[in-house]
Design a protein around this ligand. Structure first.
Ligand code: KG4
Ligand code: ZN
Length: 344
């Protein structure tokens, strides 16, 4: 079974061919990050234009690298939610056109389920059910992965995502966009005990978290220091922030594991590349005897291999879309969304 995956939800135009769910035959990524970096963040209109310019060449390259033609494919999978609407529409419309022209099944994929599926590419022995911590630029959630296509969210952020918190703090500390990786690098040189940062409590669900108070605390500390003419030790602030975010996420995951009884835990999304979070999760899992799966760094960020992988499982589960498939900027990760009917 050969599935072509197409991803264009943010600032990466990507295409990949995956064989039999987990064997990556090709993975092409055209990143726009450097260009958006000039503006300090993703410029949606620019992202859409670049996707339009790049998508044909990226898909052709993915097919060529895999030594397959469109005729060889069993299906065409595409990210249809969530993300920047203009950016998503480029991938969705390209996939629709290709599927119709080649008379191939069109398979919708929820971007976050793709991030989760990145683990199957690296660890084919990982099988549902398990608990997954999903941490990306726009989302932070804990979910039960009940099958390859069924999920239940059991905790989420009440406000900012962890990636958003890293990126906004990085910006105020003077690091370029996207800032998460710069926080990670700077943190290696800093003292994580130098600045004491708040660990916001969330009323209601114990498994929910909140990062906006933490972000505001960092921004305020930097501004107050500037006003007083003091200099912030940016490496130590980065280390303190990374330590606090990592501890919060590892604690919430532990609580979720205890409540649900899962002993297999996975991580997914761009922030799962963070070295502090990886070691906090490793430490927690070692201590409690849990088995931890993390995507390799190359599969943490946006790519199309993860979309082709999840697309393969959706295909096997009978998930199909027709030419009425639309893109949705935001949608809940739900069984319905994974099956192609996005709930807004
Ligand atoms: O999953 P992703 O590539 O895109 C979304 O689906 O949102 O995640 C991007 C996020 C950004 O916030 C980026 O700063 C963060 O992942 N990120 C990191 C690291 N690498 C990427 N955050 C902390 N440490 C890293 N090493
Ligand atoms: Zn992503």
């Amino acid at each position: 079974m050969l599935i072509l995956g197409i991803e264009s939800s943010c600032d990466e135009t990507a295409a990949s061919v995956v064989k039999d769910c987990t064997e990556t035959l090709s993975s092409v990524i055209a990143s726009q990050a450097a260009e958006h970096g000039l503006y300090g963040g993703v410029v949606p209109e620019l992202a859409s234009r670049r996707h339009c310019e790049n998508i044909l060449a990226v898909v052709q390259q993915a097919l060529a690298d895999a030594h397959v033609t469109v005729e060889d494919l069993d299906g065409i999978a595409v990210t249809h939610t969530p993300g920047l609407i203009g950016a998503l529409l480029v991938g969705v419309n390209f996939a629709k056109g290709l599927a119709m022209a080649a008379d191939k099944p069109l398979i919708p994929v929820h971007h976050l389920t793709g991030h989760i599926a990145a683990n199957y590419l690296a660890h084919p022995q990982l099988k549902p059910p398990y608990l997954c911590l999903v941490v990306s630029g726009g989302h932070t959630l804990l979910c039960e992965v009940k099958s390859h296509t069924e999920y239940e969210i059991i905790g989420t952020t009440r406000d900012d995502a962890a990636g958003e918190c890293f990126d906004k703090c990085a910006r105020v500390l003077g690091y370029p966009y996207p800032g998460g990786v710069h926080i990670d690098r700077a943190a290696q040189q800093g003292d994580s005990t130098k600045y004491v940062l708040p660990r916001p409590k969330v009323a209601g669900s114990e498994l929910d978290c909140s990062f906006s108070g933490l972000k505001t605390a960092v921004i305020n500390m930097v501004h107050h220091a500037e006003q007083k003419g003091e200099t912030i030790d940016t490496a130590s602030m980065a280390a303190s922030l990374q330590h606090t975010v990592s501890e919060i996420l590892a604690e919430k995951t532990l609580l979720a594991a205890k409540q649900t009884g899962y002993t297999t835990i996975a991580m997914a999304g761009g922030v799962s590349a963070n070295s502090g979070l990886r070691s906090a999760m490793e430490k927690m899992c070692r201590k409690h005897g849990y088995t931890l799966y993390m995507p390799p760094l190359s599969l943490c960020g946006d790519n199309a291999a993860m979309i082709a992988c999840q697309g393969s499982y959706n295909y096997l589960a009978g998930v199909r879309a027709d030419e009425s498939l639309n893109a949705y900027a935001s949608s809940k990760l739900s069984i319905a969304a994974a099956k192609g009917t996005a709930i807004l």
